[in-house]
Write a protein that binds this ligand. Structure first.
Ligand SMILES: NC(=O)c1ccc[n+]([C@@H]2O[C@H](COP(=O)([O-])OP(=O)(O)OC[C@H]3O[C@@H](n4cnc5c(N)ncnc54)[C@H](OP(=O)(O)O)[C@@H]3O)[C@@H](O)[C@H]2O)c1
Length: 403
């Protein structure tokens, strides 16, 4: 019977992995959930252990004494100001954690390490990538490309695998995108922020005005339900042919905000204004992304040289500015008081992240073909995923009950 270690156990992706393993005590009798904070009670087969992954490997080895697992799920993440800092911190956390397991001798017992990364793999934070994105697309390592901590983390796994005395485990890496899940106080949380935007718009007596890019409203995005991702990693941990492979993990439907936005409005009893993409909005912002969008690395090969402009993040309503407006804050406070909501939920929402995700002016289409070829059949409807998470957020008193 396999045992598991999950880092990032309180995060949007890690928490759901813990829940998925927690639902199957017969199959997974021992699950070690690791994080600095403990935010909820664990199922009976899950033991929570405190760990600070920024500690030295020696200190971590002390904390991890007697802790063993056949499968290690690494879903910890710390967000820093610059990509260089992200590279340093997130790379070091993984490296020191594996070193600590090695020092304790427990790495030798590991069968597979599953590392959670994301579609920044393809440079989706830098601009338009080739669509659909496939796992064999070349890494963006040119001199003008910023450091990408996912590349460092993946290299660390490969280097560790070859080291003497570390056992004979293999690895799986996942690339989720725009995750839809439940977490409190994390770094990137699409569902909480977009739900709060709708709730406060309603409280203020406004319509549900699209705050993102006019172009993106009718472009395609690929989303990852945290629940589906958790099912995926459990499948990938045990699928023999998945070893030493990286996989995209998205819902598998074709989605666009032109489809999701009116559903959001309906759920919260709001109207989508017919002129929302043309009316003047006072708090616009435009940000240029990288000089060369990722797809330009392939422009000769694809035969599109000179055809791809620089990508932008264009917010019709800049959500950072919006969230700081006195009338918006006031609206939230009234709503929170009236509905008995968690007062700091609005402040903890990730407005910068939401503004970026909705403001991009390019398609993000992520292929699931590689996993499907290996037998993965999981699928989630994106609206259903969002709606389920809104239900959870309502129960947790982060969003008001829909009327
Ligand atoms: N969220 C998204 O939309 C999204 C999309 C695509 C890819 N990804 C990628 O998915 C991966 C996981 O991110 P996430 O969004 O799930 O992260 P998250 O929700 O922000 O959670 C981060 C987790 O890491 C833990 N952690 C942070 N610092 C720690 C430390 N010093 N020691 C121990 N634990 C620490 C946190 O727990 P404590 O604070 O309790 O310690 C938390 O459990 C990242 O590579 C991220 O880039 C995320």
């Amino acid at each position: 019977m396999p045992s598991a270690i999950v880092t990032g156990a309180t995060g949007i992706l890690g928490r759901q992995i813990v829940h998925e393993l927690g639902k199957r005590p017969q199959q997974w009798p021992t699950v070690h959930a690791l994080s600095r904070s403990k935010k909820e009670e664990c199922p009976q087969n899950v033991v929570h252990n405190h760990i600070d992954l920024t500690a030295s490997a020696d200190n971590m080895a002390k904390d991890l004494q007697n802790l063993e697992g056949d499968y290690v799920f690494f879903a910890a993440y710390l967000q820093k100001e610059t990509e260089q800092e992200n590279w340093d911190v997130n790379g070091d956390m993984l490296e020191n954690f594996l070193t600590a397991l090695q020092k304790n001798g427990s790495l030798k017992k590991v069968k597979r390490v599953i590392l959670i990364t994301g579609c920044k793999q393809y440079g989706v934070h830098l601009g338009a990538a080739k669509n659909p994105m496939v796992e064999s697309d070349p890494w963006l390592t040119g001199a003008d490309r910023p450091p990408n901590f996912y590349y460092r983390q993946q290299d660390i796994l490969k280097q560790f695998q070859g080291k003497e005395g570390t056992g004979s485990w293999d690895w799986v890496v996942t690339y989720p995108n725009d995750v839809i899940g439940y977490a409190e106080g994390n770094f990137m949380n699409l569902a909480t922020s977009v739900g709060l935007y709708a709730a406060v718009s309603k409280e203020l007596g406004n319509e549900l005005v699209w705050p993102g890019s006019e172009e993106f409203y009718t472009k395609f995005d690929s989303f990852t339900s945290a629940k589906l991702h958790a099912q995926f990693v459990v499948w990938a941990a045990l699928e023999p042919r998945a070893g030493n492979q990286a996989f995209n993990v998205v819902n598998g439907d074709a989605e666009s905000w032109q489809n999701l936005w009116p559903k959001m409005a309906e759920r919260y009893g709001l109207q989508v204004p017919s002129d929302q993409l043309t009316r003047d909005t006072p708090d616009k912002s435009v940000m240029d992304l990288a000089e060369r969008p990722p797809i330009q690395d392939l422009e000769d090969h694809l035969g599109i040289k000179g055809k791809i402009p620089k990508s932008k993040v264009e917010q019709r309503i800049d959500l950072m500015k919006w969230s700081q407006k006195p009338e918006v804050k006031d609206g939230w406070q009234k709503l929170a008081y009236k509905e008995g909501l968690q007062e700091d939920a609005f402040e903890k929402a990730t407005w910068g992240f939401l503004g970026f995700v909705l403001g991009r002016n390019y398609d993000l289409v992520v292929s699931m073909s590689k996993a499907r070829r290996l037998g993965w059949t999981g699928y989630a409807d994106t609206w259903d995923s969002l709606s389920d998470v809104f239900d959870e957020l309502e129960k947790a008193k982060i969003l008001p009950k829909r009327t």
